[in-house]
Ligand binder design. Sequence first.
Ligand SMILES: Cc1cc2nc3c(=O)[nH]c(=O)nc-3n(C[C@H](O)[C@H](O)[C@H](O)COP(=O)(O)OP(=O)(O)OC[C@H]3O[C@@H](n4cnc5c(N)ncnc54)[C@H](O)[C@@H]3O)c2cc1C
Length: 409
Amino acid sequence: MTQHVQAIVIGGGIVGTSVLYSLAQRGWTDTVLLEKRNLTSGSTWHAAGNVTFFGHYTAITDLYINSVKTYLAASEESGHDIGFHPTGSLRLANTAEELEAYKSIAPVYDRLDADYRVIGPDEAAEVHPLLETKDLHGAAHTPGDGHVDPSGATHALAKAARQRGAHIQVQTPALAIRQNGQEWQVETETETFFADHVVVATSFWAREMLAPLGINLPIYPVQHHEIITGTVPALQALDFEVPAVRDPYAPSNTRQERDGFLCGVYEVDPQFWATDGIPPEFAEELLVPDVERLEPELLRVIERIPAFGEAGFKTINNGPIAYAPDGLPMLGPVESHPGLWLATAFNIGIGTGGGSAQFLSEWMVNGHAPYDLSMVYPSRFANDISKETALAQIHATYAKGYIMPGAPA
Ligand SMILES: Cc1cc2nc3c(=O)[nH]c(=O)nc-3n(C[C@H](O)[C@H](O)[C@H](O)COP(=O)(O)OP(=O)(O)OC[C@H]3O[C@@H](n4cnc5c(N)ncnc54)[C@H](O)[C@@H]3O)c2cc1C
C-alpha cells in the first residue's frame, strides 16, 4: 500500500508529538507520525518532567518558555491533563561571578515576558526552607516553571494533533528512508509513504537511521541517573511544594516528588551507552543503576539539601539520554538533503521539545527560520566529525552540568 502525505514525523516521544501538533496548529494536517513501539517508549516515559525557564544559553530561553506554553495549549485543546506543577525553580549562585552572570541575563526575560528574579540567600531560604544557604551568594528564581508529567504531555499533544486531523501510527517502525527526486519515501513493514517533508525525531536512534543516506550525526547516548527518596517529614510538613533546585556546585537538579525528593545527577565522569549501535530490541527499558559512582555528586547535594540524605533512596533510575557534542539539540533542515528535517539530540527534551517544535514547524511552513538560532542547526557540525571527537566533546559537555557556558569547570 502507498500513501502520499505532506509531512512524515518519525518518533513518538515528546519531541515528535510536539512537531506533529505544532504543524497541525499551522494548518499542516496531511501528516502522519510513525512510532515503532508506543508513544513515549524512548526516553520520554522515564523523564523527571522538569521544565525550567533557565536555559544554558539565553538565545534559546524562548524554546524553554514556549515548551510549557505548547503543552498547556495542547492540554486545553484536548482536555488531557499534563500534570503541570508550577513550583518555580532556583538556579543557585555559589560565587559572586555566578550571581552577576544571572543578573546580566534579566533583560532576556523582560523581552519574553516571563518572571525572573535574582534573589539573595535569605529570600532563597524563604522560597525553599530545606535549602542550606550558608555560603550561598543567591539564586536566579523563575517562579513560573516547574515540572510536567512527560507522558501526560505527550498524550495531550497527540490527542490535540489528531483532533486537528493529523494521523499517528504506533507499532510502525520506519524501516528505510529514501530520497526520490523531490520526494521522500519512508518504508514500513506494510506501507510506503511518500512525502514532501520528513522530520526525524528519533533521539539517539537518528544516527543509525540516517547513516545509509551518508549523513553522519554525532549523537550518542549518555547514562543519566535520577534518584527518588522516601518520605521527607520536613517536606510533608510544608503546605506548599518547594521549587526545583539546580546547582552548579552539586551538579544536579532536585525537586519535590510527592513527599520526597527527586534528584537528577550530572556525573563529572559520565558513562556512555551503546555507542556502537542501539540494541534493536531496546525500548521502555532502564539501564543498570550504579549509585556508588554518584557518591561525590550526591554528597554535595546533601550539603545543599541535608534532608535529601535523611530519607533513604526509594528508586534509582538510570536511563539513556541523547547528546550532541555541545549538548544542544539538532534542530532544522539537513542542508544536503532538502525536505529532510531533524528534531533530535534532545537531552532536555521535556524542557525544550515544545518550543523547539514551534520553531521548526514555523520554518517548515513558512520556508524560512522564524529568527536566527544557528547554535541548534544541524549544519553546525561537519559531516566528517569522528566518533572519538564527538564522544570526547560530549563527555566534557555533560560533565559541566549546570556551570554557565564560558565559566571555568
Ligand atoms: C533519568 C532521566 C531523567 C530525565 N529528566 C528530564 C527532565 O526532567 N526534563 C527534561 O527536559 N528532560 C529529561 N530527560 C531527558 C528526556 O527524557 C529526553 O530529552 C526526551 O525524552 C527526548 O525526547 P525525544 O522525543 O527526543 O526522544 P524519545 O522519547 O526517545 O523518542 C524517540 C522515539 O523514536 C522512536 N523510534 C526510534 N526509531 C524509530 C523508527 N525506526 N521508527 C519509528 N519510531 C522510532 C522511539 O521508539 C521513541 O519513542 C531525562 C532523561 C533521563 C534518562
